[in-house]
Design a protein around this ligand. Structure first.
Ligand code: F6R
Length: 242
């Protein structure tokens, strides 16, 4: 595991974008596993900037996103599909037919999940998986206590995640209660993992994930067992680690 300590969010975003840019440059037809949330917004801006400067070409890239709220249509303001379109896909030359997000409108959870596992498999597996980390140590929507061996599955969001995500919705009652998420098994099958974290709110989770026991109670702790993990985190997120 390589840990890069950056000064702040901007610096984290720049450094993490470099890791993704290097992946695309080295393998133009790579499969990127992507994440949503506040953490990657700056990173996506850097990728768009590099594309505009003709330093990056997304034309052969395939992407698979980690997760999607169950019940939200792709064009819903808070859907993760919409997030990806407005933060990245609409601004670069990626072929949208090769950008995948779990189907939030599929009511049959086992179908939605097995379809998504097949999508990942058909794409040839993930070359580089980008991850944020939840305040409770979750990755994707893999909440504390879930089995490590899960593939894509439907989860009931914990009160802590609903609380953290309500900032994006009109009220807490509007936050969907279920989501489809890649499982830890899918994540661990990625060839390389890039974990980003910024801010004090992440410090405890990051410390437990990187240096605590490997336990389903801290889903991100499983990353200690992956052979190729790069962590890019700012000083505040790393403040509990010597
Ligand atoms: C997003 C995702 C989540 C977030 C995590 C951190 O696709 O899967 O695990 O990465 O909740 O969220 P932010 O970045 O908003 O702090």
């Amino acid at each position: 595991m390589i840990i890069y300590k950056t000064k702040d969010y901007q610096d984290m975003s720049r450094k993490a974008a470099q890791v993704i840019a290097a992946q695309i440059t080295m393998k133009p037809d790579c499969v990127l596993g992507l994440a949503t949330g506040s953490s990657p917004v700056g990173l996506y801006q850097h990728l768009v900037e590099q594309y505009n400067n003709k330093e990056l070409d997304f034309s052969k890239v395939t992407s698979v996103n980690l997760d999607e709220y169950k019940g939200l249509a792709p064009d819903h303001e808070q859907s993760y599909r919409r997030f990806m379109d407005s933060n990245l896909f609409d601004h670069v030359n990626i072929d949208k037919s090769r950008t995948f997000v779990p189907n939030g409108l599929e009511e049959d959870s086992s179908k939605a999940c097995s379809d998504y596992n097949q999508t990942i498999q058909k794409a040839g597996g993930v070359d580089l998986q980008l991850l944020g980390i939840g305040n409770n140590g979750h990755i994707g929507f893999n909440e504390p206590g879930e089995a490590f061996e899960c593939e894509t599955h439907c989860v009931e969001l914990t009160p802590s995640t609903i609380e953290a995500n309500k900032r994006f919705f009109a009220s807490e009652a509007d936050v969907p209660r279920y989501a489809y998420t890649m499982g830890i098994r899918n994540i661990m099958q990625a060839k390389k993992i890039l974990l980003i974290a910024s801010g004090r709110a992440k410090a405890q989770a990051l410390k437990e994930a990187l240096y605590g026991p490997v336990t389903p109670h801290v889903p991100a702790s499983i990353l200690q067992l992956h052979a190729d993990v790069v962590v890019v985190a700012d000083e505040e997120a790393l403040e509990l680690i010597d």
